[in-house]
Ligand binder design. Structure first.
Ligand SMILES: CC(C)(COP(=O)(O)OP(=O)(O)OC[C@H]1O[C@@H](n2cnc3c(N)ncnc32)[C@H](O)[C@@H]1OP(=O)(O)O)[C@@H](O)C(=O)NCCC(=O)NCCSC(=O)C[C@H](O)C(=O)O
Ligand SMILES: [Mg+2]
Length: 353
C-alpha cells in the first residue's frame, strides 16, 4: 500500500502523472466486439459513432487459438480508425493466463495513445491492481504514452466481491468496476447457467390465506444481483469511480435486458455492456434520464432556490436531499446531451413544455 502522499506519484520514471479525478465521459454502453472476427471488425467504423465506448475483447468469448488474431486485429483497427469522441477500451486476458503479458506489451507499445481504459477480468484484490498499475507505468514510459491509461476491474469472483472496496480505491488509475455475473455465478457455485438476468426459481411466495389454505399464492421473482450490485455501487461512489452492470446474455430477450439495465441505472450505475448491436439502443435509452425526469428535476432545483429549506411541488415535499438528487439527474443529462444532439433536442423540448 502506497503512503497517501505518494498516491498520485507516477510509478515509473517518465510515466504520465496519474489523474486526480476520474473524468466523467458518457459510457452508457461498453460495446464488446471480437477484433479478430472479420465480420464484426468490418462493422466497427459504422458502429463507432453510435456508441459511447468500443471495447476490443481479448478474453472470454475469444477462442484460445484466436487470441493472437484478436490482439493483432485490435492494433490494426485502432490505427486505422478515427474514433472521434468515442472511447476505445480493451479487455485483456486474465492475470493468470498465458496471454496477458503479451496483451499489455503489445497494446501499450503499439496503440497506448489511443487506448482510454484497460478492463481487467477476475480481479481478486488490490494486489492485482497494484501489479497492473506498475506494469502500465513502465510500459507507458517506454512507449512515450502521454496520458495515463485508466483501469476498470470486473467483479466476477467471490474473493473480488469480498474486497470490492479495496479494489475500487487501489490506484488513481481506477476508472470503474463492472459486474461479471457469469463468472461470479461459477465462482460462488450458484446453480444458474445464464449470463446475468433473473431466474424463475429465485422468488418469494405470498403467505397462505388463513381462511383457505389451498388458495393459489402469488410468487415474485427476485433479483439475484441486487446485493452485489449495491455493494459495488457503494464502493465506487465512496472512491469517486464509476459502476456498471455487465453483460446480459439472452440477446433475444430485449425486454428483460432493458429491465436489468434499468435496475442498475436506478441503483447508481452509469452504463452496461452491449454484446450485440441490438443492445446498443437499449443501453442508450435506459442510461439516459428521460426528458420528463429531467424536466421535473429542473423544476425542483428552480423551486428550491439556494437548495436549503423545504417546499411543496405538486403535493410532494422537496428539501435539501431531493435538491441533491435532482442535481445528479440534471448534471448527468447535461453531460450526455453535450455528446448526443438527439438527447439535447429532447431535453430542450421538454423544458419548453
Ligand atoms: C452473441 C453473438 C455470438 C451473436 O452473433 P451472431 O450469431 O453472428 O448474431 P447475429 O447473426 O444476430 O449478428 C448480426 C450481425 O451483427 C454482427 N455482430 C454480432 N455481434 C456483434 C458485435 N458485438 N459487434 C459488432 N457486430 C456484431 C454479426 O457479425 C452479424 O453480421 P453480418 O452477418 O455481417 O450481418 C455475438 O453477438 C458476439 O459474439 N457478441 C460478443 C460476445 C462477447 O463479447 N462475449 C463476452 C462478453 S460477456 C462475458 O465475458 C461474461 C462476463 O465476463 C461474466 O463473467 O459475466
Ligand atoms: Mg467473465
Amino acid at each position: 500500500m502506497r503512503a497517501p502522499k505518494d498516491f498520485f506519484r507516477p510509478l515509473a520514471v517518465g510515466a504520465p502523472t496519474p489523474v486526480r479525478e476520474v473524468p466523467f465521459r458518457p459510457s452508457r454502453m461498453i460495446h464488446f466486439f471480437d477484433p479478430g472476427n472479420e465480420k464484426m471488425a468490418a462493422k466497427i467504423p459504422v458502429i463507432a459513432p453510435t456508441v459511447d465506448v468500443l471495447l476490443g475483447n481479448l478474453e472470454d468469448a475469444v477462442a484460445a487459438d484466436r487470441k493472437e488474431a484478436a490482439r493483432d486485429g485490435l492494433v490494426k483497427i485502432a490505427r486505422a480508425t478515427d474514433f472521434g469522441d468515442t472511447q476505445l477500451w480493451t479487455r485483456i486476458n486474465s492475470l493468470d493466463s498465458p496471454w496477458v503479458l503479451d496483451d499489455l506489451l503489445t497494446l501499450v507499445t503499439e496503440i497506448g495513445d489511443k487506448l482510454d481504459v484497460i478492463m481487467v477480468p477476475k480481479v481478486e484484490g488490490a494486489a492485482d491492481i497494484h501489479y497492473i498499475d506498475r506494469l502500465l507505468a513502465q510500459l507507458e514510459a517506454k512507449a512515450g504514452v502521454r496520458r495515463p491509461i485508466l483501469v476498470h476491474a470486473i467483479l466476477e469472483t467471490a474473493t473480488g466481491v469480498a474486497g470490492v472496496e479495496e479494489i475500487a480505491g487501489a490506484s488513481p488509475r481506477m476508472q470503474g468496476v463492472s459486474l461479471g455475473p457469469a463468472d461470479l455465478a461459477a465462482s460462488r457455485r450458484m446453480k444458474t447457467t445464464r449470463v446475468g438476468g433473473g431466474h424463475p426459481g429465485y422468488l418469494v411466495r405470498q403467505d397462505p390465506d388463513t381462511q383457505d389454505a389451498d388458495a393459489p399464492r402469488a410468487t415474485y421473482q427476485q433479483d439475484l444481483w441486487h446485493y452485489t450490485l449495491a455493494r459495488m455501487v457503494d464502493a465506487c461512489a465512496a472512491h469517486g469511480i464509476l459502476p456498471y452492470y455487465g453483460p446480459f446474455g439472452d440477446i433475444k430477450d430485449t425486454t428483460a435486458c432493458e429491465d436489468q439495465f434499468r435496475n442498475a441505472f436506478l441503483l447508481g450505475c452509469v452504463g452496461a455492456w452491449s454484446l450485440h448491436p441490438v443492445q446498443i439502443g437499449i443501453a442508450k435509452k435506459v442510461f439516459s434520464p428521460s426528458p420528463d425526469e429531467v424536466r421535473w428535476a429542473r423544476r425542483v432545483i428552480e423551486a428550491m432556490g439556494d437548495g436549503t429549506g423545504a417546499v411543496m411541488l405538486d403535493g410532494k415535499m422537496q428539501d435539501d436531499a431531493t435538491f441533491k438528487q435532482c442535481q445528479v439527474v440534471v448534471e448527468l443529462a447535461e453531460a450526455l446531451a453535450a455528446r448526443d444532439p438527439e438527447l439535447r433536442a429532447a431535453y430542450d423540448a421538454a423544458g419548453e413544455e
